[in-house]
Design a protein around this ligand. Structure first.
Ligand code: GLV
Length: 300
């Protein structure tokens, strides 16, 4: 991939595994025609001013809450993301979370490692079965639909709420409130936009069944984490599985004490295959724009 870019353009690659420090990015962006960035890079007026030659910002992520889109437009720059290529891996991880939290997989792992397993007993560490239960998907986009496509393998019925909460258009469509009050697993697949901030707040959590699980592979900002800790303390829901957090990489301390909370460190798209495809798509976007063509996957 980088070879393709290098054949046509001069590259400046940040060699570190950790995100590039902000000041370093602001310095190195001067003179660049394109930026390939990741979701930990904040793309705002300061960066776009520093990179006054930029024509494209290619985000290696489907989400783009790290990009100030009005600022990008003001600067006359194209922004792109990486949809589709990560849909299946994120849907798979969602199922890992659903299965993990309902069957207490991480809790069992912790118990074994702590030397706490005393042996098989009839009613030891019982979980919750999925067959015949309802999966409520909030956000009926590509990833939400891909999660739904795998639900029949586990015998779950699926209902959807559109991200804007608009009521039924098809037989499986529900309002967000209908999803909350009737689902056994509620899975979030909305973008991390300001409009969706704290979509799941105290009020929403209080509407869920006490036996229900909340799953978030979308963005941390969609869930009010204080409210989630409160709901777990009050046993208003049965558990939660989270791939994303409000202040990554720090995780709300209140969540750590619950055995019925399954936490993974933002791994939705983290397979070799998907990350390779995401990087390749970002490169294609850059090559297209610098070659005077339309971007492949513009953020509109
Ligand atoms: C990952 O969270 C992404 O938005 O691609």
């Amino acid at each position: 991939m980088l070879v393709e870019l290098q054949a046509q353009h001069e590259l400046d690659v940040w060699p570190g595994d950790d995100p590039i420090p902000r000041q370093e990015l602001l310095t190195r962006i001067a003179g660049a025609d394109a930026l390939i960035c990741v979701l930990t890079d904040r793309i705002d007026d300061d960066l776009l001013d520093a990179g006054s030659r930029l024509k494209i910002v290619a985000n290696i992520a489907v989400g783009y809450d790290n990009i100030d889109l009005p600022a990008v437009r003001r600067h006359g720059i194209i922004a792109t993301n990486t949809p589709d290529v990560l849909t299946d891996s994120t849907a798979d991880l969602t199922w890992a979370l659903i299965l993990g939290v309902t069957r207490r997989a991480a809790e069992g792992d912790r118990l074994i490692r702590a030397g706490g397993w005393k042996g098989w007993t009839f009613d030891f560490m019982l979980g919750t079965e999925l067959r015949g239960k309802q999966l409520g998907i909030i956000g009926a986009g590509r990833i939400g639909r891909a999660v739904a496509a795998k639900a029949s393998a586990f015998g779950m019925n699926v209902v959807f709420a559109r991200r804007d909460g608009t009521p039924a258009r098809g037989p499986d469509d529900r309002t967000i409130d209908e999803i909350l009050i009737s689902s056994d697993v509620v899975s979030l697949h909305v973008p991390g936009s300001p409009a969706n901030r704290h979509l799941i707040d105290r009020k929403a959590l209080a509407r869920m069944k006490r036996s229900a699980f909340l799953v978030n592979t979308a963005r941390g900002s969609v869930v009010d984490e204080d409210a989630l800790v409160w709901a777990l303390n009050e046993r208003l829901i049965a558990g939660a599985a989270l791939d994303v957090f409000a202040n990554e990489p720090s995780v709300h301390q209140g969540l750590l004490k619950f055995e019925n909370v399954f936490l993974v460190p933002h791994l939705g798209s983290a397979t070799r295959e998907t990350r390779t495809a995401m990087a390749a798509l970002a490169v294609r976007n850059v090559l297209a724009v610098l070659g005077g063509e339309a971007p492949v996957t513009p953020i509109l």
